[in-house]
Design a protein around this ligand. Structure first.
Ligand code: GRF
Length: 192
């Protein structure tokens, strides 16, 4: 089985869905490590509760993005990580990092890419009053939120939806979709 790491900066509800899916054997890969750039990320607590190794790296300790990423890469090496899952990771990866794990990094985005790229995908779709928004899981490349799409799922928005209710709907679907795609991605990588 392949080893993977999750990079997360915040709440970690997707990380939790991944942990739960592993427990139910719905992801056939080993989650070995959770890395965060934020010492107070709830994602770290979720990982620790599940007895998964964690590393926190403070970007302020590094002069460049690449040097920060090189530190993360050291940890990934230490844990023999085969592929990387971004789950609410709020930093751009350096080209160097992306080259080291070329086409082996995936991300989940809370909108139907290429619409509503960036950090406010749910809010921007809501304010645009779209009828349909959704979730995209894609391969990470150097262009932000623009790598090859692995999966998308639509979420309908009604006139009754508030930003809060839409956010909840999006997260609910994310938590179903991401573990499925991770399992599929791990399977296809192990056959390469
Ligand atoms: C998710 O909505 C994900 O699509 C986006 O960041 C959010 C992370 O939420 N990339 P959580 O930390 O997994 O709860």
């Amino acid at each position: 089985m392949l080893n993977f790491a999750v990079l997360a900066s915040g709440n970690g509800s997707n990380l939790q869905a991944i942990i739960n899916a592993i427990k139910k054997k719905k992801i056939n890969a080993n989650l070995k490590l959770v890395v965060s750039d934020k010492a107070d990320a709830a994602a770290l607590v979720r990982a620790q509760q599940a007895k998964i190794a964690t590393r926190t790296i403070n970007p302020k300790d590094f002069d460049t993005r690449e040097n920060f990423d090189r530190k993360i890469l050291e940890h990934l090496k230490e844990f023999h990580i085969d592929f990387v899952v971004l789950a609410g990771y709020m930093r751009l990866l350096s080209p160097y990092f992306i080259q080291q794990y070329f086409h082996k990094i995936i991300n989940i985005h809370p909108a139907l890419l290429p619409s509503f790229k960036g950090t406010h995908g749910i809010r921007e779709a809501f304010e645009y009053k779209v009828k349909v928004t959704g979730i995209t899981v894609h391969v990470v490349t150097e262009d932000m939120d623009a790598g090859p799409i692995l999966a998308q799922e639509a979420v309908k928005m009604t006139t009754k939806d508030t930003l809060e209710s839409l956010t909840k709907k999006i997260h609910r679907v994310e938590h179903q979709l991401y573990p499925r795609v991770i399992d599929w991605f791990a399977k296809s990588l192990s056959r390469r």
